[in-house]
Design a protein around this ligand. Structure first.
Ligand code: ADP
Ligand code: GLC
Length: 479
């Protein structure tokens, strides 16, 4: 779909992640791509995020954009905002440095994450309030930035920003950033009558506050938007109440990064035309490296090994598939998360030579090689707001085997349905996963059907171009 060229709006994306600067999952991919395509459409999109100590920081050139100071409760802090000098990512990128809080290697997982991200948000709002003009749109992503709409409207120091439109995009409502009320002092002096806008169930709930205060709330697929009204980790009533300002917009994928014809991370590039030989060569690379039997259909899992992804079911599901299926499929997993799941996978490595292997950790390059070389991608997710993995898999001709939930439901059509190219199942259970692996093994024998499905899904357009227009409509509705 062509991007509609439009009169430029200045949009400030605020996020904890942005690929390739720092990424833990799909949030990074989205914030690394959406602004780039918004700029291509004529808008002026910018990204501001914490200055973690990542490789990208050391390998690029920066200039100081702003220096300020603020308080986090009783803690006085100074911050510096730097800007990437060359517009390398296709948009202006700003990083916030706060000594002692943001100068760490990892993005999340510290005991003081509440302090880190609250200070980050205060620094960002202080920066915007120092400008001589106002941006057209402040676009926050997830709970790490969701206090910003409240701050802009109800903190005395920032109320001159109250007229600026705000959008909150929810990538995952499971995590809400809860804080006890003892931390309310962290938020710069605010109108105490507005306590209800911060509170949910007796805690400060940044995500809930963002839903209440942002002009519009989007999430990353239509189905997930509907599901949030039924299951939102305690916020169901809020999503029912705020239904009128909530919109589901399916994520796109960055087709410049995720393109099997040009991907520098894979050994053998391929296109729809060269799909069969291309995939076979990439599968060979994987099978050589991980000592897997090239003749078997290869099922892979890539992702965070957490409850939402139902990763805990996979060790038993894979073992059952191996026993029941008489060793007629092979499996490769990549990810990290729950220690018990990691351990189970590690123990399985020696137990099933030739048909199972695992890499515990994060490896961007290997993930690309797996999308390219695998036959099937397993995603039994209990919760999947959008899911990018299945869209990457499709673009690399790898058949997604997914639970019917959230964005998986919106992007995968079961091969039993009209023009179907994937495998869907209803329950996050070992039985359903196994049954679906069985369906995959069966279709793998039918090379004509297999090739048709692969070619069909490789050509589905999930590029950002259309999505950019949908965000634009949301922004315009606030003007
Ligand atoms: P989520 O954001 O919930 O983790 P998504 O499907 O939206 O799920 O996005 C996950 C992104 O993170 C994809 O780009 C996927 O390839 C990547 N990813 C997840 N785990 C790993 C890993 N262990 N190594 C490399 N890439 C990973
Ligand atoms: C979250 C969701 C995932 C989504 C990603 C990007 O991490 O878990 O489903 O694709 O954000 O929006």
């Amino acid at each position: 779909m062509p991007i509609l060229k439009n009169a430029g709006m200045e949009i400030i994306h605020i996020s904890a992640e942005c690929y390739p600067v720092a990424k833990a999952g799909g949030l990074g991919d989205v914030v690394g791509a959406l602004p780039k395509y918004q700029c291509e459409s004529g808008d002026i999109a910018k990204v501001i995020m914490p200055m973690y100590r990542t490789k990208f920081l050391y390998e690029n050139d920066w200039q100081v954009d702003y220096k300020g100071n603020a308080n986090l409760g009783n803690l006085y802090f100074e911050f510096t905002i730097i800007k990437e000098s060359t517009n390398k990512l296709g948009f202006d990128l700003f990083l916030v440095d706060i000594n002692g809080l943001l100068d760490r290697q990892k993005i999340y997982g510290y005991d003081d994450d509440a302090e880190r991200f609250t200070a980050f948000q205060i620094a960002v709002v202080s920066w915007i309030s120092s400008w001589e003009h106002s941006p057209d749109m402040v676009h926050c992503h997830d709970h790490h930035t969701a206090l910003i709409p409240f701050m802009m409207q109800h903190c005395y120091a920032f109320q001159h920003l109250a007229a600026i439109s705000t959008v909150l995009t929810i990538h995952n409502a499971q995590y809400q950033g809860w804080m006890g009320w003892d931390k309310s002092l962290y938020i710069p002096r605010w109108d105490l009558w507005k306590r209800g806008l911060l509170d949910w169930a007796g805690n400060i709930n940044p995500l809930a506050s963002g839903v209440k205060c942002a002009g519009k709330v989007t999430t990353v697929s239509s189905s997930y938007m509907e599901e949030l009204r039924i299951q939102a980790n305690g916020l169901e009533k809020l999503f029912q109440f705020e239904q009128g300002k909530c919109v589901g917009i399916l994520n796109g994928i960055d087709t410049q990064v995720w393109n099997p014809a040009t991907d520098a991370y894979i050994q053998h590039s391929f296109s729809v035309k060269t799909l069969t030989t291309g995939k076979a060569k990439n599968k060979q690379v994987l099978c050589n490296r991980f000592e897997l039997d090239i003749n078997l259909p290869l099922f892979v899992f890539i992702g965070r090994m957490v409850g939402e992804k139902a990763a805990d079911l996979l060790p038993d599901a894979i073992k059952t598939a191996i026993y029941h299926g008489n060793r007629n499929a092979s499996f490769l997993v990549l990810g990290s998360g729950q220690t018990s799941v990691e351990l189970e996978f590690q123990q399985m490595i020696g137990a099933y030579p030739g048909i199972f292997n695992a890499v515990i950790g994060y490896d961007e390059q290997l993930s690309h090689q797996m999308y390219a070389g695998a036959d099937f991608l397993l995603m039994p997710s209990r919760v999947e707001p959008c899911g990018l993995n299945q869209m990457y898999a499709m673009r690399y001709g790898t058949i997604p085997v997914v639970r019917s939930t959230g964005g998986l439901k919106d992007t995968v059509v079961d091969m039993g349905d009209f023009e179907g190219f994937g495998i869907r199942f209803n329950e996050a259970s070992i039985a359903d996963i196994n049954y679906s692996i069985g369906r995959g093994i069966k279709v793998y024998q039918d090379k004509t059907h297999l090739t048709w499905m692969r070619k069909y899904m490789m050509q589905i357009d999930h590029s950002w171009e259309g999505t950019v227009n949908e965000y634009k409509q949301v922004y315009l509705s606030l003007k």
